[in-house]
Design a protein around this ligand. Structure first.
Ligand SMILES: [Zn+2]
Length: 284
């Protein structure tokens, strides 16, 4: 076990064979990440892994094909998974509590905030704490996280807050005939301003499908959904369009993405497009 960990650049751990789940810092992530874990149910069996990669490895002194050791290892890994899920829930609950407190204490966002000016959008219900914009992220109707946007455009979610399935809404869903689903908040604001339709911002490409499924369940069947993907035309595999297409297929939504008149520029989303060239009525 010590050798197996050392091979991954992890040294100096005092391994305890007590059957408990122990966590440690993965070397490829920030200090304090605690993404690594191990369990030693007996001195002969150890299981370790990394949550951020999903990697898991069993080390047995008794030999690879010892069925008792294998069963102990399986149970140990199960225990680690269970503990991770419980910890994640506690983290999400704590972050949500902090988010609600910050949100309640914040002021309506200033139209003149540098980020809103740079993106040329109205605040649409965002709030502001000092010079930091707060984008509220909801899940099943509850505020669960905030995206904090600094004047220089730097963005941070709440540490250890829930992201999967969380989204921000620009406009109102009630009575809408069509709803747009996109990644970033500024894109959502621009699409809403250009089309008048409500827009749900899932924050990341990876989150589009999860948010899309929840949206499809929540909306009446006759409401159309359009996924407005980012066009990451400079990134191999175009992750924006790839994830957008997958989300659209999963919920039978329409799909659109920005076509840029500027093949050499860094534009990727509909907000960039609006500032590169005005969106034509109905083009979105
Ligand atoms: Zn451009």
């Amino acid at each position: 076990m010590v050798e197996a960990l050392a091979a991954r650049g992890i040294t100096g751990l005092a391994i305890r064979a007590d059957g408990e789940v122990h966590r440690f810092d993965a070397p490829d992530k920030r200090r304090g990440n605690l993404s690594g874990w191990y369990v030693c149910p007996t001195p002969e069996v150890a299981v370790f892994g990394f949550w951020h990669t999903g990697e898991q490895q069993t080390v047995t002194l008794a030999g690879e094909h010892d069925p008792i050791a294998a069963e102990q290892a399986r149970q140990a890994a199960e225990r680690a998974r269970h503990e991770r899920d419980a910890q994640r829930q506690r983290d999400h609950a704590q972050a949500a509590k902090t988010a609600r407190r910050l949100w309640a204490a914040a002021q309506p966002a200033d139209h003149a905030h540098p980020y809103l000016q740079a993106k040329r959008t109205a605040p649409h219900g965002l709030r502001q704490q000092g010079d930091v914009l707060l984008v509220p992220l909801f899940c099943e109707g509850a505020l669960v996280n905030l995206q904090r946007i600094h004047p220089d455009g730097g963005k941070r979610f709440m540490p250890r807050g829930r992201l999967k399935g969380a989204a921000s809404l620009v406009g109102r869903l009630a009575g809408a005939g069509r709803v747009y689903l996109c990644e970033g908040w500024a894109t959502a604001a621009t699409l809403h301003e250009a089309t008048g339709h409500p827009v749900v911002a899932a924050m990341t490409a990876n989150n589009l499908a999860t948010v899309g499924r929840a949206l499809r369940q929540r909306l009446p069947a006759e409401v159309a959904i359009t996924v407005a993907a980012d066009n990451d035309h400079h990134t191999e595999g175009n992750p924006g369009i790839t994830a957008g297409r997958a989300a659209a297929q999963a919920i039978r939504a329409d799909l659109t993405w920005p076509r840029f008149p500027c093949p050499g520029c860094a534009c990727t989303d509909f907000n960039d497009l609006a500032r590169c060239q005005p969106i034509e009525e109905g083009a979105a």
